[in-house]
Structures are given as C-alpha cells and as structure tokens.
Design a protein around this ligand. Structure first.
Ligand code: URA
Length: 181
C-alpha cells in the first residue's frame, strides 16, 4: 500500500500532473470495511491532498453518519481520478483510463466488504455500464466479487436536493449489504 501511494504521489502519467497542487490519494481508514469512490478532487482536496474535505465531503460525512459509518473509523475514501481537473471539469476518458490502475490496485489492497460509488463516473467505472446515474442506482453490483452500491454525488445533491430521498434509500441498501442482509 505504501509503495502504491508513493507511486501515485509522484505520478506524471497525464497532463493533470502539470496543473495539480497535490495528488489526492485518499482519506479515511485504510482498514475500513467500506470504500467510497468519488469522481475527482476539487479545489479544497487539491490544496490539502485529502479526498472529500470540501463542501461535498461534509455532506458525504452526514450521509455516512446516517447509517452509522464514519470517515475516521469505518470508511476509506478515494476517487476515480487522483488529480484535480482544471476548473472541476469532467474527467476525460483518457484520464480515467490512465489513472484507474491506481484505483484498481487500491481496491485490491484495501479489500473492502462493500463499495459505495458516488456519481456517474465512479458508478460507470465500477459497474462497467454506461448508463445514467438514475438507472444505475437501486441495484447491487459486483466489482471483482465486492458488492457495489451506486448513488448520487453529494455535490449534485448540493445543487438538487430533490435527489435526497433516493440517496437515503441507496444508503439503506448499502447498510443492508454491509449487514449481510
Ligand atoms: N468530489 C469528488 O468527487 N471527490 C472529492 O474528493 C471531492 C469532491
């Protein structure tokens, strides 16, 4: 794990290396049973080097808390891309392709009991399906044998609170998966 992290922190594989301040490898507990996978670092994450520490991260913490999970103890948090796309634009397909070997290795090493994919890019990568988020959520998928639940990105919820109820349902589904139901 330390070697993978060191490799990511020194990564120059794509052009984002030129504009990033920090590589954002993760936050939370590497020994956690739950792995949360978001999209890409934002401004605050780029500045601190930690995943989901801005406004979306605060909401994510509340969501995790609502089903008895926390960043400090029971969640390991990372992203599809480890570097911030300028202006928070969407990840490019070539960036996803170049960066996700890190994520794949991270999943292997963390070996979580369940994965929560937040947002379209994470949901599509982990399910292998090119569907819009509204049609990905509500089901349990498998990534290399690890159950995956897909939900809305907390940043999307900050813009459209109409998805709050669906997100709540997704978190209940995650809880059931983690409780072995
Ligand atoms: N949005 C993400 O997808 N990831 C972060 O780390 C922060 C905001």
């Amino acid at each position: 794990y330390a070697a993978l992290k060191a490799e990511a922190l020194a990564c120059q594989r794509c052009a984002l290396a030129k504009t990033r301040k920090n590589v954002v490898f993760s936050d939370g507990n590497p020994g956690a049973r739950l792995m949360v996978v978001g999209e890409a670092p934002g401004a605050r994450e780029d500045k601190t080097g930690l995943a989901f520490v801005g406004p979306a991260g605060k909401l994510l913490d509340l969501h995790l808390g609502s089903v008895g999970l926390s960043r400090a103890d029971s969640a390991y948090i990372c992203n599809v891309l480890k570097c911030r796309p300028p202006g928070n634009r969407n990840p490019l397909p070539v960036e996803i392709q170049t960066c996700t070997p890190f994520l794949r290795k991270q999943i292997e090493l963390i070996s979580p009991q369940a994965i929560l994919a937040v947002g379209t890019f994470s949901g599509q990568f982990l399910t292998g399906m090119a569907k819009p988020l509204g049609r990905l959520r509500g089901e349990v998928y498998s990534y290399q044998g690890v159950p995956v639940v897909v939900t809305y990105h907390p940043a999307a919820l900050l813009r459209n609170s109409g998805w709050t109820r669906a997100t709540w349902d997704d978190l209940q589904l995650l809880r059931q998966v983690m409780d072995g139901a």
